[in-house]
Design a protein around this ligand. Structure first.
Ligand SMILES: [Zn+2]
Length: 329
C-alpha cells in the first residue's frame, strides 16, 4: 500500500506544553510538532520561532499572557522554514517591532521562500489549518551579519537586553540550513536551537549542509548548556540530557550521510539509495515521530550532497510529489 504524502495522514492534534525552565526562559513544546522558545524579561519578551500560522501563534500568545503582560517585541526566526516563520504577523498586535534572522536566512527567503511556503503547506495540512490567516512571507527587520563559517569568517553576534536577562543570538555554523541561528541565555545556560537539534523526532535534512552539521553540533556542545529547547521533541534538562539530544541529532545526520556517500560510490540510483539507507536508519530511528515523512527528503539531499551538489535544490510542491511517488509510493 502506498503511504500518504508527507504528513497528510497526520490529522490528530498535539498537546502543547508551556513549561518554565529557568527564571526567564520557557519552552513551548508539542509532542514532536515544531517547538517555540520564550524569553521573558522585565521590559520585553522574545519568541524564538513564530509557529506555522498566525492562528496557531495565538495559542502560544495566550500561554505567554498567563505569565506576563509585557510587549512581545522580538521574534527570532532560527531559519527560513515555513512552519517556523509564517505565524510571525500575530505578534504585531502584541508589540512586536523586530523580526530577527541571519543574513543566510534572509537570502534563503529571497531565493526560495515562495516555493517553500507552498511545499510546506502541502506537507503539513494540520499545521497549516489556519493558512488563510498567513498574510504572505515573513521578512526580517533585523539581520545578523553574513559571515560565512566555511570561508573562515566570523558570523555576527547580537546581544539583546530584555530587562534583567540578556539573549545572545548568532549562527554557530551551517547544518539544518545555511542560515541557522540560535538564541543563548548564558546566565541561565538555556539554548534555543531551532531545528539544528531534535530529540526523538524526525530530523528533516532536505535543505541541509550534512558535511558541516556535526561540527556545528560540537560548537553547541561547547556551550555546556543545562537546558535545550530543540526544534522538535521535549525540552531537555541537565547537561547530560542536552548532550543526549546533540548525540541523537549527530547520529541521525552522520548515519544518513554515510549511507548517501556509500550509495553514490556504488553508483546506485536514488531508489536504491533509499533502500540502502533504510538498512542503517530504520533499526535506530524507524519508530520516531515524522520519520517516514522525513526519510525520502533526507535521502534525496544526502544523495545530492554526496554527489557534489553544495546548494540544496529547491523543493517545490511538484518536486515533492514526484520524489514521493518514486521513493515512498
Ligand atoms: Zn526546519
Amino acid at each position: 500500500m502506498s503511504k500518504a504524502f508527507a504528513s497528510q495522514a497526520d490529522l490528530q492534534d498535539k498537546k502543547t506544553t508551556f513549561e518554565q525552565l529557568s527564571p526567564h526562559c520557557w519552552a513551548y513544546t508539542a509532542e514532536g510538532d515544531p517547538n517555540s522558545g520564550v524569553i521573558i524579561g522585565d521590559e520585553f519578551i522574545m519568541v524564538s520561532d513564530a509557529t506555522a500560522t498566525p492562528a496557531m501563534a495565538k495559542d502560544l500568545i495566550r500561554q505567554i499572557r498567563t505569565v506576563s503582560d509585557k510587549p512581545i517585541k522580538y521574534v527570532l526566526l532560527t531559519h527560513y522554514h515555513a512552519v517556523r516563520v509564517l505565524g510571525a504577523s500575530a505578534y504585531f498586535a502584541e508589540g512586536a517591532t523586530e523580526i530577527i534572522a541571519s543574513q543566510g536566512t534572509l537570502e534563503l527567503i529571497q531565493e526560495r521562500g515562495e516555493q517553500d511556503m507552498k511545499s510546506e503547506m502541502e506537507r503539513f495540512p494540520r499545521l497549516f489549518r489556519g493558512a488563510d490567516s498567513v498574510p504572505g512571507l515573513t521578512w526580517p527587520t533585523m539581520v545578523i551579519g553574513g559571515g560565512d563559517p566555511t570561508q573562515g569568517e566570523k558570523p555576527g553576534k547580537l546581544s539583546i537586553n530584555l530587562g534583567g536577562v540578556v539573549v545572545q543570538i548568532w549562527s554557530p555554523g551551517h547544518g539544518h540550513t545555511r542560515g541557522d541561528t540560535i538564541a543563548w541565555v548564558e546566565d541561565e545556560k538555556v539554548l534555543f536551537s531551532g531545528d539544528l537539534v531534535e530529540y526523538e523526532a524526525g530530523v528533516y535534512t532536505g535543505d541541509a549542509q550534512l558535511e558541516e552539521w556535526p561540527a556545528t553540533l560540537e560548537a553547541l556542545r561547547a556551550l555546556n548548556a543545562e537546558f535545550i529547547v530543540p526544534g522538535r521533541g521535549e525540552a531537555m534538562k541537565g547537561n547530560a540530557n542536552v548532550n543526549k539530544a546533540l548525540d541523537y541529532t549527530k547520529r541521525w545526520v552522520t548515519t544518513l550521510f554515510q549511507a548517501g556517500k556509500e550509495a553514490v560510490a556504488a553508483r546506485m540510483d536514488l531508489k536504491a539509495a533509499m533502500a540502502h539507507t533504510r538498512k542503517s536508519m530504520d533499526p535506530v530511528f524507524g519508530h520516531v515521530f515524522i520519520y517516514e515523512h522525513c526519510l525520502p527528503f533526507d535521502v534525496s539531499r544526502a544523495y545530492d550532497e554526496a554527489s557534489g551538489i553544495k546548494n540544496p535544490r529547491i523543493w517545490t510542491a511538484e518536486r515533492d510529489m514526484e520524489m514521493w511517488k518514486s521513493l515512498q509510493a
